[in-house]
Ligand binder design. Structure first.
Ligand code: NAG
Ligand code: NAG
Ligand code: NAG
Length: 500
């Protein structure tokens, strides 16, 4: 009796005072002959969301009592299946079987990871008592990372500044995970990658950050985060268009008339707003600080680079009262500080030289004209020199028939000098006044012409006029068609040749 009492007392103590359930106290209870419990799976790996199969078979011949599935042993154990009804995710593969106690756990969760035991109990008056326990199956649950999120700065960033982007995923198991960043396909270096325990202790979260220095051209750029994990057949991708957070401020150029404008003429001021992103911009015009009523402003157009541009023009009549007025083009982009450009309208006073937009062209034209004139003058000079040379040459050839040798001593009043042979030399000095009288040209077969140039008008003297042509020896030459070119200083003489 004493051992039985001791056993009962012990069971009572254990069952009531300890946290360990009563049925566990019977570990190592004697096993009936012929009964066998088989739990063949040592380890199982399952991916979260899938179905886990836990196999357990028993032979007939055991004591009265249920077969249960427990997760964990000792104090942390938990009943998974107890033949009465349990979690809706757990079902038996063969209902009402007395030998096959295989169960399925559907939609496995990361927290389902643990060691599972198939246990045979013996019905006892104080409750179920452990009869036999399986070897245990270690179940590990792998979890796929969630679809990554990729977030950027909360405000738009200008080119030249840096922006941080964060890629996040969570709920994965095991812990190992890799993240690869790329910008337009080129790898980018992650600043920081953190893996932290997730909401449950069975999964992890990952957060990776990359810093990018933005450029104007990033309007078309794409940042991408690629997550790879053991549970994935293909990596998970997330991309981000940098245009979402890029703000390219416009450059504003104002075109104004050069110099004063003619009175009452219309003049236009043009404001070029270039290379901005995103495309919403407001352009207002002010005249001496007061907003002008412009009506609707033109819509921006997209450039091939993906930026925007816009041209706004205001037309003003240059009346006297507007002389010295300041016109302002004010551009507001994306709620930023306005960019302003000013121009002053100068009205030309009457008689004042008006502005000409082609001032520079005029300067060029002037240079062209000057160069042209110089060239023409040079060309004319060359032509004149050539002409003179030719004239001189032809003159030398034209009058070989009347070459008269001037005497060495032509100075003085000597008009006629004969050498001892009575030949060759004549000094023909004609006065201009007597030219008409002297000019008796006999046009006949026997006439020959001589062209005599008198270099200077001699002093008036009648007896210097005549030459004794007997003394002139003329060499015969082919008859010339006309007399020598008439010049103011030329005199003519007709010479009769007697033919024999
Ligand atoms: C982990 O990820 C889950 C889901 O992805 C999220 O709800 C949770 O807030 C994350 N926890 C931490 C610490 O990041
Ligand atoms: C310019 O216009 C004003 C009023 O419009 C007129 O009185 C004036 O004569 C005009 N002057 C010239 C030079 O056209
Ligand atoms: C406009 O103002 C300028 C500078 O004060 C002056 O030279 C010019 O004559 C003015 N024009 C007229 C039309 O008054």
């Amino acid at each position: 009796m004493a051992p039985l009492c001791a056993a009962l007392l012990a069971r009572l103590l254990l069952g009531q005072l300890s946290l360990v359930p009563a049925w566990l106290s019977g570990v190592g209870a004697q096993v009936g002959p012929g009964f066998e419990l088989r739990q063949p799976q040592k380890e199982m790996s399952v991916i979260a969301g899938e179905t886990l199969t836990l196999t357990c078979t028993v032979t007939a011949g055991g004591p009265l009592g249920p077969v249960k599935w427990l997760k964990g042993w000792d104090s942390g154990s938990e009943i998974i299946y107890d033949q009465k009804g349990s979690s809706s995710r757990v079902i038996r593969t063969v209902n009402n079987s007395n030998t096959d106690f295989t169960i399925l756990i559907r939609d496995v969760r990361p927290e389902d990871a643990g060691t599972y035991y198939c246990v045979k109990f013996r019905k006892w008056d104080t409750g179920d008592q452990l009869y036999q326990r399986g070897e245990g199956t270690v179940v590990s649950v792998q979890a796929r990372p969630s679809t990554p999120t990729l977030s950027g700065p909360s405000r738009r960033v200008e080119p030249g500044k840096t922006a941080s982007f964060t890629c996040k995923t969570g709920g994965f198991f095991p812990r190992d995970i890799s993240v690869r960043w790329s910008k337009n396909g080129a790898p980018a270096e992650a600043e920081l990658t953190n893996v932290t325990p997730g909401p449950s202790n069975f999964t992890y979260n990952m957060s990776s950050t990359v810093t990018v220095t933005l450029q104007k051209g990033d309007v078309r750029s794409e940042l991408s985060c690629e997550v790879q994990h053991a549970t994935l057949t293909a990596p998970l991708n997330r991309s981000y268009h940098l245009s979402q957070i890029l703000r390219v401020p416009p450059s504003v150029v104002m075109a104004e008339p050069q110099g004063p404008v003619g009175l009452n003429k219309t003049v236009s001021f043009t404001c070029d707003v270039q290379g901005f992103y995103p495309g919403n911009v407001t352009v207002t015009w002010l005249e001496n600080g007061t907003e002008m009523n412009m009506g609707s402003s033109p819509q921006p157009t997209e450039t091939p680079e993906g930026l925007f541009e816009l041209r706004s023009t205001v037309v003003v009549q240059a009346v006297q009262e507007k002389n010295g007025s300041v016109f302002t083009c004010r551009v507001v982009h994306e709620g930023q500080d306005p960019i302003s450009r000013n121009a002053v309208l100068w009205v030309a006073a009457s008689g004042q030289k008006e502005s000409n937009t082609s001032n520079t062209n005029d300067g060029l034209l002037f240079i062209y004209v000057a160069v042209g004139v110089v060239c023409t003058v040079l060309a004319l000079l060359v032509v004149a020199i050539l002409y003179l040379i030719r004239a001189k040459q032809s003159k030398g050839k034209s009058s070989p028939s009347a070459r008269l040798h001037e005497p060495e001593k032509s100075s003085g009043t000597t008009t006629q000098e004969s050498d001892p042979n009575n030949l060759t030399y004549a000094d023909l000095n004609f006065t201009k006044e007597k030219k008409n009288i002297q000019r008796i040209i006999e046009v006949s077969q026997q006439s020959e012409y001589a062209c005599i140039q008198s270099s200077q008008a001699p002093a008036s003297n009648d007896n210097l006029t005549y030459a004794d042509l007997d003394m002139v020896h003329l060499s015969k030459a082919p008859r010339r068609p006309a007399p020598c070119p008439e010049e103011t200083t030329s005199e003519y003489a007709s010479v009769q040749i007697q033919r024999q």
